[in-house]
Design a protein around this ligand. Structure first.
Ligand SMILES: C[S@@+](CC[C@H](N)C(=O)[O-])C[C@H]1O[C@@H](n2cnc3c(N)ncnc32)[C@H](O)[C@@H]1O
Length: 272
């Protein structure tokens, strides 16, 4: 196994986190650039095995698909077949939900707590001619109670946010970065049937408490990973605070040739 990945996984195990690594683990390309590329309101999306479509986005407001969205899409699309019941929780501009629909998923539900995201996601879906039930609200509370899912994308915020920090809503996840996923994991444990699978992309800044929240009801498997380099000046306001978390073992960051990087990856959480 690659040393950069092995060190991060050892760090997680050192925090008592149990997980599997997929036999066909994929190494995604390093991400080395701005979090969101381009400043245009529409962008073509091309993913293997589905027709291209257009994402409606608002990069200035931080509402736009990023490298993590595409890593998650590449990991989830092979797991979608005609009839798969798919939910996209924290759908942003709707790229994952629309891609799932183009792959044949049925009964697609997409929710977001940010109404501006729902407006954009509706446009993304309408242009691609994919039928999606949109709903505005918190996590699974926004999904009608009678519906079931086979596969759930939950690409939710997981960046630690300093008490006086100013991260956009798409990135805010409480002081240790685990609040949104912990709330989601509890709801998903109550809501999903055995065998249902949740997929999410995580970098290495949140407290490992995030993984612990899934463990009582889910088995965790890492299916792809990448190094996510920080650009010089990126997160300048909060970087000292991140580094302090790294020093006391609450977050993980590493260095290569003098440049800092996070280890990120797609995790599948399968309901036992
Ligand atoms: C990192 S963005 C990912 C968006 C999209 N899933 C993607 O991969 O492009 C996280 C999204 O979660 C939404 N979000 C944050 N907290 C939420 C909550 N409690 N319930 C529902 N959505 C939430 C944000 O508004 C944002 O659109």
């Amino acid at each position: 196994m690659n040393d950069d990945l092995a060190r991060y996984l050892d760090w997680l195990r050192g925090h008592g986190i149990a997980f599997d690594v997929a036999g066909d683990l994929v190494r995604d390309e390093d991400h080395d650039g701005p979090l969101v590329e381009g400043d245009d309101g529409m962008r073509p999306v091309e993913l293997m095995g589905i027709p291209p479509f257009v994402e409606h986005r608002d990069p200035e407001a931080g509402i736009a698909a990023d490298h993590a969205t595409f890593s998650l899409a590449r990991a989830l699309l092979p797991r979608i077949a005609p009839g798969t019941r798919f939910w996209d929780i924290g759908c942003g501009t709707g790229v994952l939900a629309v891609a799932a629909g183009l792959k044949g998923a049925s009964s697609i539900v997409a929710t977001d707590v940010d109404e501006r995201a729902i407006v954009l996601a509706r446009r993304t879906a309408a242009d691609a001619n994919v039928s999606i039930r949109f709903s505005h609200g918190m996590l699974l509370e926004a999904v009608p109670a009678r519906l079931d899912a086979d596969l759930v994308a939950s690409n939710l915020p997981h960046k630690p946010c300093p008490p006086k920090g100013a991260l956009p809503l798409s990135q805010r996840a409480g002081e240790d970065g685990a609040d949104v996923h912990a709330a989601f994991a509890a709801q998903a444990a109550a809501r999903l049937a055995p065998g249902a699978t949740v997929g999410f992309w995580l970098h290495s800044l949140p407290d490992p408490r995030l993984f612990r929240a899934y463990r009582p009801a889910f088995d965790l498997t890492l299916v792809s990973w990448k190094r996510r380099f920080l650009e010089p000046g990126e997160y300048a306001d909060v970087l000292p605070w991140f580094l302090e978390r790294v020093r006391r073992g609450a977050s993980y960051m590493a260095e290569s040739a003098g440049r800092r990087f996070l280890v990120g990856g797609v995790w599948l959480a399968r309901r036992r």
